[in-house]
Design a protein around this ligand. Structure first.
Ligand code: ARG
Length: 462
């Protein structure tokens, strides 16, 4: 065993104190970039040979060696070494063991600075694709739940006070829309991040006739970075991904909170299936919404990553600085938080059991029709402000009598406005829903059309 402060033998970290090495090494987490790093090195080797910068023989040896290394990593047989710092040095050192001198030629016309930036962009582009696909699966689950409960009415809330009746499907479609924008943000992040850094070298470009267009094509990039300093120095694509994830998880935290509320005895609108609820060790009656609670909490963790990466970048002088290595734990943990959250919601939602009667009971609270009573008076010629005042007085009066609006007689209504007639007493939830027949409104007709549009949108994105 080396002493903690023994100098370390390594190509880059030669003579580095063991504690300094442990502090600076990233291999424990950046090994995750290996597929991108190997794909990049293969493309780079082929390009170098094509341009006559290295021999075809060397390139073939390098490519074969890299493919073997990929197999070793996949099989869990690769000997990762801490003293080699990071994934790039680990792979290169192993390549040297396999192909000897030729391995040293792979790094011609490349620096770890453009190398790591290229790996990170490839990783982020894949993460965007994964996020879009997971968002689509959740949207589809939301639609299933909405369609299976088309007729269910719940109170819509403002300030968490019952406000106006809405269809549950309408409420769920609100989340569909939020997720639609989340998917767009991920797609947009991918589009902007889709730029090849390789060829930028350490910061100034490389003094070899490299073919960057070829590299871009091989690696699936649409464009070349236009500025070598920018290409190695910025990580705004990481910021954008984490920001998109933060917004998406913020949306999920609201859905999570509603599941927590709705599954409580106080609301009782939904019942969690056994396989998505946990019991209590001492209270046998409990079904706890732990999945929703943890999702609600984990959004915060990703906000933390966003602030962390913004802070890493803040005030950094151009171009590369080792600080940039800290982008990885934040980005990786964001992906590992986001995707499982989207997946577990997609699994849980279709099995929520909706208690239509409980929901209808809450939505039948007569005070929920107060706005409709005001609108009734408006239709009879009163200004909305006047009508609002009359109904507010009426509600206050009902309260003072310990009655609900539906328990008052027509004469009592008339004390607040002579415009009230029998039909005012017949206003009900269904009429309130049907009345809101504007595009984007909660009338059954509009919601049916919205469900259909949502299905089509999903199908066209598939
Ligand atoms: N592990 C480093 C990172 O993630 C790789 C680049 C190192 N470059 C350097 N000049 N030390 O940023």
């Amino acid at each position: 065993m080396p002493q903690r402060n023994d100098p370390v033998e390594s190509p880059t970290a030669g003579g580095l104190d063991r504690r300094a090495l442990d502090y600076t090494a990233s291999i424990d987490y950046d090994r995750r970039l290996y597929t991108y790093d190997i794909a990049q090195s293969i493309a780079h080797a082929r390009m170098l040979a094509k341009q006559g910068i290295i021999s075809t023989n060397d390139a073939e040896g390098i490519v074969a060696g890299l493919e073997e290394i990929r197999g070793e990593i996949e099989r869990g047989e690769f000997p990762f070494r801490q003293e080699l710092e990071d994934v790039h040095m680990n792979i290169e050192a192993r390549l040297r063991e396999k192909v000897g001198e030729a391995a040293g030629r792979l790094h011609t016309g490349r620096s770890r600075n453009d190398q790591v930036a290229t790996d990170m962009r490839l990783f982020t582009m894949d993460a965007c694709d994964g996020a879009v696909a997971a968002v689509r699966r959740l949207q589809s689950a939301l639609l299933d739940l909405a369609e299976a409960n088309r007729e269910v009415v719940i109170p819509g809330y403002t300030h968490l006070q019952r406000a106006q009746p809405v269809l549950l499907a309408h409420h769920l479609l609100a989340y569909f829309e939020m997720l639609e924008r989340d998917a767009e943000r991920f797609a947009d992040c991918r589009r902007r991040g889709d730029v090849l850094p390789l060829g930028s070298g350490a910061l100034a470009g490389v003094p070899y006739p490299v073919d960057r267009e070829f590299l871009a094509r091989e690696l699936g990039f649409s464009r070349l970075a236009d500025n070598s300093i920018d290409a190695v120095a910025d990580r705004d694509f990481v910021v954008e991904f984490i920001a998109a994830a933060a917004a998406c998880l913020m949306h999920l935290s609201r859905l999570a909170e509603e599941i927590v509320l709705w599954s409580s005895a106080e609301f009782g609108f939904v019942r969690l299936p056994e396989d998505f609820a946990t019991g209590s060790s001492i209270m046998p009656q409990k079904r706890n919404p732990d999945v929703a609670e943890l999702a609600r909490a984990r959004s915060g963790r990703v906000y933390g990553h966003l602030v962390a990466v913004l802070t890493v970048l803040k005030g950094l002088p151009l171009a590369y600085n080792r600080d940039l290595q800290e982008d990885k734990p934040a980005l990786f943990d964001t992906v590992d938080t986001l995707l499982p959250t989207l997946d577990v919601f997609a699994a849980m939602l279709p099995s929520l059991r909706v208690d239509a009667e409980r929901a209808a009971g809450a939505a039948a609270d007569p005070s929920i029709l107060a706005t409709d009573l005001a609108d009734y008076l408006v239709r009879k010629g009163l200004s909305f402000r006047e009508a609002h005042r009359a109904v507010a007085d009426l509600v206050r009066y009902a309260d003072s009598q310990g009655k609900r609006l539906s328990g008052l007689a027509l004469e009592e209504y008339r004390r607040f406005s002579p415009l009230f007639d029998d039909d005012a007493l017949r206003l009900d939830v269904q009429a309130a829903l049907a009345a809101r027949d504007v595009p984007g409104g909660t009338s059954p007709r509009q919601v049916a059309a919205a469900l259909k549009r949502a299905r089509q949108r999903l199908a066209s994105n598939a």
